[in-house]
Design a protein around this ligand. Sequence first.
Ligand code: ASP
Length: 352
Amino acid sequence: MLSRRDFLATGATAAAGLALGPDSVSGVPAPVAHLRARPLARPVVVASSNGLRGVKVAYDQIVAGTDTLDAIIAGVNIQELDPEDQSVGLGGLPNEDGVVQLDASCMHGPTKRAGAVGCLEDIATPSLVAKAIMDYTDHIMLVGADARRFAIRMGFTPQNLLTEKSRQDWLRWKSRLNPNDFWLDHDDDVRIRFSTGTINMNAVNANGDLSSVTTTSGMAWKVPGRVGDSPIIGAGQYCDNAVGAAGSTGRGESNIMTCGAFLCVEFMRQGLSPEQAVLRTMERVVATTQSKLMGPNGRPHVDLQFYAVSRDGRFAGGSLYEGPGYAVCDDQGPRVAPCVYLFKASERPRRG
Ligand code: ASP
């Protein structure tokens, strides 16, 4: 292995036609030449499939010159403010106490900044609260009641986020929990959603500037106070302006164990395409899955998706199991594209 001193002495950087960037000086692996060699990108926005409306809004803003983070936050705000969307923001499914608790995080590639909020109540747009923490404090993450107080001081308006539809779903879930309690079962014909749901969105503009954001109401019926992967920088989303951006939806605990968004960006730094990077990240998720979550066929009882965009505008969505798509918008317009996947749908183990 070359030491840094040897590396400088060999003039390897000059041979590669590269200026020695700050990454190399700090000892952090420098972006490899294939990434630095492409200064301009095709603008593109990728998201989980529930971001189909949002990717179009974000893309249009980006090509009109809006900052990538402002544009993708405008994109996810559509779902956060939609009371019919039970996976994020207003109308999100609540925790086991019937309280909606939201998580979000964002990263701004050009300025190397991040913001995050966990377990936030009463504010419909946690993505904007995460950005306010990034913009107005020297911290990265605020949580719980103090995050709520911060948001209100920043001008956000508190409101009841539990819509009647989500409250009814919570009551159904609660009434069927225990056959021996005093809650009467009702609506036996109504299927209760045991749902996860989140929106992740990542974008690059024509300058190769990147941003990422993830926002969620987390797992439905979660233990109060539970924080998932979405507000964890490096898990729910990650962005490095020299390389690419990535984010995730699905079982947050599995993603946190893998630092999945960070890993995905690191794989791209090593030269993998976004498609290869999401697949390799999911292989790592499987390798770190505890045995109680594995089926007899060695396949996990877990749903997880990753979305990635490289600095030069390549992109991919990936899923552990065949089936899900992801939203993308570029000069071809908004569409849902199929995710690459590790396992066929028929390999998904049945719960015993
Ligand atoms: N990742 C989210 C969480 O674990 C849930 C989801 O994406 O469905 O909180």
